[in-house]
Design a protein around this ligand. Structure first.
Ligand code: G3P
Length: 218
């Protein structure tokens, strides 16, 4: 499963790329606004750090506007993925981009029908928002499973990008379902590696070793 960071903070991205575990980045208008950066400059900076997919979202709401903004975003770097809202206009823009070979991420997906339409429109990725569905009392993980089932049934190649994830457990559930990618805030990415028994075990190993007085393995 590909792991994307859901952030527009360049320092947070730089701090997490060393181990090669981050496959891409997703941003949205809220994250770009929060960063205070110019969207074109920030996406260019991110694309210098990450060679995998970098989702940059349009803010136009009509198809022509989305196509125009998407083309400007796409011109920043070859790994830019144009993020489009799951609306009628967004799906029309998605179809045009698919026909042109431009990668897309159709976002704000909250139902199986929406995911089905995104696949039919030729989306590269569809982003179901797990956490926001759960915030409303719905079954976000169940939606991921339903999309996986239907995409496999009909052979749709659209990648399922689990989004709006709120915990490390959400990441595990997305992986078990067979999502193609998951995007997570940096703090959830950090929590994937942490386990109290790892920390306690390492502490005990090193205490035992230090008692021997042998020092490092240099
Ligand atoms: O970027 C899309 C999605 O991951 C947003 O998540 O936490 O704002 O619901 P959230």
């Amino acid at each position: 499963m590909q792991i994307f960071l859901d952030t527009a903070e360049i320092d947070e991205i730089r701090a997490r790329t060393a181990a090669g575990l981050v496959d891409g980045i997703t941003t949205n208008p809220s994250l770009i606004a929060k960063s205070g950066a110019d969207i074109f400059e920030r996406i260019a900076e991110i694309c210098e750090v990450i060679s995998g997919p970098v989702s940059a979202e349009v803010v136009a709401t009509d198809t022509q506007g989305m196509l125009s903004e998407g083309r400007r975003l796409r011109a920043i770097a070859p790994n830019v993925v144009v993020k489009l809202p799951l609306t009628r206009d967004g799906l029309a823009a998605c179809r045009t981009f698919a026909d042109e070979g431009v990668p897309t991420n159709v976002t704000l997906c909250f139902s199986l029908n929406q995911a089905l339409l995104a696949a039919k429109a030729g989306a590269t990725f569809v982003s179901p928002f797990v956490g926001r569905i759960e915030d409303m009392g719905g079954d976000g993980i169940g939606l991921l499973a339903a999309i996986r089932e239907v995409y496999d049934q009909f052979g749709y190649e659209t990648g399922i990008l689990a989004a709006s994830l709120r915990s490390a457990l959400h990441v595990e559930e997305a992986a078990r379902i067979g999502c193609d990618a998951a995007t997570l805030p940096p703090k959830i990415f950090d929590s994937m590696v942490a386990h109290p028994l790892t920390d306690a075990g390492l502490k005990a190993f090193l205490e035992d070793w230090n008692k021997t007085g042998r020092g490092g393995l240099g």
